[in-house]
Structure formats: C-alpha cells, structure tokens
Design a protein around this ligand. Structure first.
Ligand SMILES: Cc1ncc(COP(=O)(O)O)c(C=O)c1O
Length: 326
C-alpha cells in the first residue's frame, strides 16, 4: 500500500511497455502518464516551483503565471492547488477544451490569447501577455519553462536515472522535443554515464527547433515555432523529424492493442520503428519516452473526422488492423 498526502508524492517512474508484440521491434516504452497531472510535466512543475521557493522568488501570496498550451498548465495547476498558490495559465485558441477544463477544475484561471503577434505569432503574444501581467503586479511569478534550468534538471535528476537503473545496457534513447527539457536532462545525464548511449531527438515536421522550415503542426506537445533556448545540440547524436500523419497512424495502431497514448508518443514510436529497421536494432537495447496518455487527444488524434480533414484518408488505419507493421 502507498499513502500520500500531496499529489506530487506519487509518480510512476518504473513502468515500461515492451513493444515487441505490438510493433514487432525490440523497444521499451517508458510510461510517464501515471501521476495526478497525467504527464511527464509533473516532475518539471515540482522542480521549478520548489527551486523558486528555495530561491525566495515564490512566497505565500505569490501568483504563479505560465504560458502553456497543455500538460505543464495542468501540472502547475496540480502543484499550485496542493501548495495553496493561485495559478494563471496563459494559453491560446489552440489549447483543447478538455485541457482548459482540467486546469479550471483544479482551481486555476485561464487567459486565452486570440490575436497573434506580428512577429512571434500566438506564442509571442502569450509571452507578451505574461510579461505585461508581471510588470503590472509584483505578486506574479513567471517560472518560464522555456528558459528555466529546473525544466531539464527534473529529467537529469529523475527521468534519466530511472532509465539507467532499469536498463544498465541501454544503447539508444528516443526523446520527443518541445521545450527540449526532457531531451537535455536525459542527454546530459547519459553523457556522464558508464557507457555511450546514442541520443535521438524526435521532432515534428514543421517545427523550427532544429533549424527546419516552419510548417503546419496540429499535434500538441512536440515542436517549437522558435529555437528552444534550453537546446544544446552538442549533446544530441541525431535529430529525426516525423510527419504528423505517421504520428497519428502509430497512435491508432497502439490503441488497437489497448495502449492509448498521447500524440507525441506516436511520433517517438514512429521514429524508433524506422530507426531500428534501418540499424538492424534486434540486438540493441532501445528505450523511448511516452510523455502522456491518450485521453486528452479524443478530439484530435483519435477523432476520425479530424484526422481525415487534416491529413486525408491515408492517415486512417484499417479498423480491423491490430499489429503495428506499417
Ligand atoms: C505530450 C508531450 N510530449 C512531449 C513534450 C516535450 O517535452 P519537452 O518540453 O521536455 O521537450 C511535451 C511537453 O510539454 C508534452 O506535453
């Protein structure tokens, strides 16, 4: 039995799905969705909040404010509610309704930005709004996940050591990238480890994070419209960009095996499958990180009409399909 008195005291850190029977490749998927925030961002939220408390930036009466379109907003709502802070989440029209409802149900406030900034787009307008709030009222504290070292340190201290304990002979690690916090924390940890690990950063086509041309991106979680300030490419061995139609197909196929994962998991697994085929990965120990579960994607990745409209009929798998073979 485990008994907790604060939501962040529970986080399943040791659960892996062996995908051999599901995708036909030797690949272990680290499941990060089993906690009260439903995603890997719980570790980031608690790391950043407690660092701000220790540093004196966050005191009783402070109001947390953050720009987030999803999982970090939910995670900060959980932590803020548990610790007695107010939290204001600045998001935009792309934030899905269920995520917004989750944040509000946890007692946080949501500001929705509708007008993009001429240069910085909606993300730029969100950040301008956060800056304006902080300038107008000293109670507002912006943790800023895009630049906060607590973002990568959470994974350096927790995610990567957990993988290292479970797979002492790890050869290759596949990590999806948004802010690049997960990537940088894991890559830094494994750079110092007892054996070399090949670090593959996985992003969506259309993200400019690694210098690619901008394009339409509809699956939330992965990708950036700017170069991520936390990114240091000297720690990354390989970058792979995945088409969103492939993301959606892999998510649907995993779901047909009973594993309902979030959109970015489809991206990372899609990349890993191709990579393992290209490198004859049968003898390799390979791990991929699954940042969340699928319930938040019912109106997108798992909605037939949405998929058909955005990616066309080819992105929909045969309803009778069970194994992920491609
Ligand atoms: C579902 C999902 N996948 C991947 C990521 C990317 O993680 P990171 O910001 O650490 O690069 C995020 C970040 O919000 C996410 O919510």
């Amino acid at each position: 039995m485990r008994v907790i008195s604060a939501p962040h005291e529970f986080n399943e850190e040791d659960l892996y799905v062996d995908l051999r029977s599901t995708v036909g490749r030797s690949l272990f998927l680290k499941c990060e969705g089993f906690n009260f925030a439903g995603s890997i961002k719980l570790k980031v939220a608690i790391e950043m909040v407690e660092a701000a408390e220790r540093g004196g930036a966050l005191t009783p009466g402070s109001v947390l404010v953050e720009s987030s379109s999803g999982n970090l907003g939910v995670a900060l709502s959980v932590i803020a509610a548990s610790k007695g802070y107010r939290f204001l989440c600045v998001t935009d029209a792309r934030c899905n309704l269920s995520t917004r409802r989750l944040i509000e149900a946890l007692g946080s406030e949501v500001h929705i930005i509708t007008e993009p900034d001429a240069q910085g787009g909606l993300l730029g307008a969100r950040i301008d709004h956060v800056r304006a709030l902080c300038a107008a009222d000293p109670r507002y504290v912006w943790l800023n996940q895009y630049t906060n070292p607590g973002n990568w340190k959470a994974h350096y201290r927790r995610t990567a050591p957990a993988i290292a304990r479970a797979f002492p002979h790890l050869d290759v690690l596949f990590v999806g990238t948004g802010t690049t916090g997960t990537l940088m924390g894991c890559a830094r940890y494994f750079r110092e480890w007892h054996r070399p690990v090949w670090i593959v950063a996985v992003d969506s086509v259309g993200s400019v994070a690694f210098g690619g041309p901008p394009g339409r991106r509809m699956v939330p979680g992965l990708g950036m419209g700017i170069r991520p300030p936390l990114l240091d490419e000297s720690y990354v061995d390989e970058v792979v960009l995945v088409e969103e139609a492939d993301t959606v197909r892999v998510c649907q196929r995993l779901a047909r095996s009973g594993f309902l994962f979030g959109g970015s998991t489809g991206t990372v697994v899609s990349c890993a499958m191709d990579w393992l085929d290209r490198h004859d990965g049968r003898e390799l120990t390979a791990v991929a990180i699954a940042p969340d579960l699928g319930e938040r994607y019912m109106d997108t990745v798992y909605q037939t009409n949405w998929v058909r409209e955005i990616y066309g009929e080819d992105a929909l798998i045969d309803p009778s399909a069970t194994a992920v073979t491609r």
